[in-house]
Design a binder for this molecule. Structure first.
Ligand code: PFF
Length: 457
């Protein structure tokens, strides 16, 4: 079968479970661990969880099945895929392609931070990371250490991508994802047995209606929507790329449901670890729960330092975060590599090397943004924050909005339906998909674009 043309190097996932675990690996990432628990705690606990679940099975489902169907139907990278649907939408191709180019480098920089903490805890020096945050600021402000850890994370990601879809991505996902679930379950069970954890659990899971006004409800819906979008790796070309590697005989509908269960399950479990643990540590003060890097790199090391067995729990926790971040960065890099392979008709290894070089250059901007170039600001932001802002707050919602217009109104939802029906007899969510793609999702995207507070965490 194999010929010598680069296009013939396009291979795919060898099994349904391989595809599901790889796509779930992409979805389960830093977003599940440092964003979801915080948002759930901030927006009324159980109310947020309920709204999130409803949105996941409607809005999230529709966008994800659409992207995977586009990939599988065209069999192309994100640029080739959108181009072959409509030439008029070529700006969409380029915009969609740029999202992973911008995200991969800075995601690997943060992956490097996780590695540093992993090494610190495994060495038994976790308590040095506790305190007022000077360990963290000292590390990211350092001259060479953050660059070394960034390089390590980037090269580890590239090594998997170089091995290819089946031998690299599928194999590593089949190993990493079950391990990630086991570790998450293990720490969740442990933190829930700590004295005082029950109050945190109640705060996290029970709906809190006191002071829950109508504007608050709108904000909660908007926050849940933004989080869903981020968490499910939508509008960054990943699901189109992974879809192009999916086997024609596997059910799309069932696969998407399983990826969603995985992603949401890990997010809820992460909350079960983080919210009660921070509660115990702070003596029930919910405001101790913050989001983003400071939760992971400052608050949690403090929590671990006061917890019995905290060294071990901390080490296991950072192993699980590293696994989650690695499977996401692999999917981001694969998306870029697939574009380069297709557009420049290159083989996998040279395409990977070019990608690593681009990531190195862009990633170093984020690294230096905390040290030598800390006074350089782009619209008032450091490089990393700037890359995060333009990709998540602007480019991704625009890509999703244009995708909804393209599929919902130009080629019509039957484009997705036909692909779904290629591998199953009936499509239960046919009406839901149509209504979502044509009306609800575009409105949601406009709301996400217009409400920066959604992602302002
Ligand atoms: N879905 C992954 C996560 O939740 O971390 C991957 C990801 C999302 C990467 C958003 C980057 C990003 F901007």
């Amino acid at each position: 079968m194999e010929t010598n043309t680069p296009a013939a190097e396009k291979t795919g996932f060898g099994s349904k479970i391989g595809f599901i675990l790889a796509a779930a690996g992409s979805a389960v990432g830093l977003g599940n661990i440092w964003r979801f628990p915080y948002l759930a705690a901030k927006y009324g606990g159980g109310i947020f969880l309920l709204i999130y679940l409803i949105l996941a099975v409607t809005f999230g489902f529709s966008l994800m099945i659409t992207e995977i169907a586009i990939g599988r139907r065209t069999g192309k990278s994100v640029i080739g895929a959108y181009e072959s649907i409509s030439k008029k939408f070529s700006p969409l191709c380029w915009l969609a392609a740029f999202v992973p180019v911008i995200i991969t480098p800075y995601y690997c920089v943060i992956g490097g931070w996780v590695l540093k903490y992993l090494v610190t805890f495994v060495k038994g020096a976790g308590s040095s990371a506790a305190g007022d945050g000077s360990f963290f600021t000292g590390f990211i402000g350092g001259a060479s250490e953050p660059a070394v850890y960034f390089l390590l994370f980037l090269l580890a990601t590239a090594a998997v991508v170089m091995l290819g879809v089946e031998k690299g991505i599928e194999r590593i996902s089949k190993f990493m994802m079950p391990l990630l679930v086991l570790l998450t379950l293990g720490i969740a069970v442990y933190t829930l047995t700590l004295d005082g954890a029950a109050a945190g659990l109640r705060y996290y899971l029970l709906p809190n209606f006191s002071g829950f006004t109508f504007p608050m409800l709108l904000k909660t819906v908007a926050a849940a929507m933004g989080q869903l979008f981020y968490s499910m790796s939508l509008a960054m070309g990943i699901m189109v790329t992974y879809g192009s590697y999916m086997r024609k005989e596997d059910s799309l509908e069932q696969s998407v449901r399983q990826i969603e269960i995985f992603d949401t399950g890990i997010a809820i479990l992460a909350g079960l670890i983080i919210v009660p643990a921070v509660f115990v540590f702070s003596g029930g003060d919910a405001s101790a729960l913050n989001a983003g890097p400071s939760l992971m790199f400052i608050t949690l090391p403090n929590v671990f330092s006061t917890m019995a067995g905290g060294q071990i729990v901390g080490a296991v926790f950072f192993i699980l975060v590293a696994l989650a971040a690695m499977t996401s960065s692999i999917s981001l890099m694969e998306t870029v590599v697939s574009i380069i392979m297709e557009k420049f008709r290159l083989r996998r290894i040279p395409a990977c090397l070019i990608t690593v070089l681009v990531c190195l250059l862009l990633g170093m901007l984020s690294v230096l943004g905390y040290s030598a170039w800390s006074n350089v600001k782009l619209i008032g932001m450091q490089f990393l924050d700037f890359f995060d802002f333009i990709s998540n707050n602007i480019m991704m919602p625009v890509v999703a909005l244009l995708t909804c217009i393209l599929i919902g109104w130009v080629v019509k939802p039957k484009y997705v339906e036909e692909e779904v029906l290629a591998s199953q007899k009936s499509f239960r969510a046919r009406m839901l998909l149509s209504v979502m793609l044509r009306y609800v999702c575009p409105v949601c995207m406009v709301i996400i674009l217009l409400t920066p507070f959604v992602t302002d965490i």
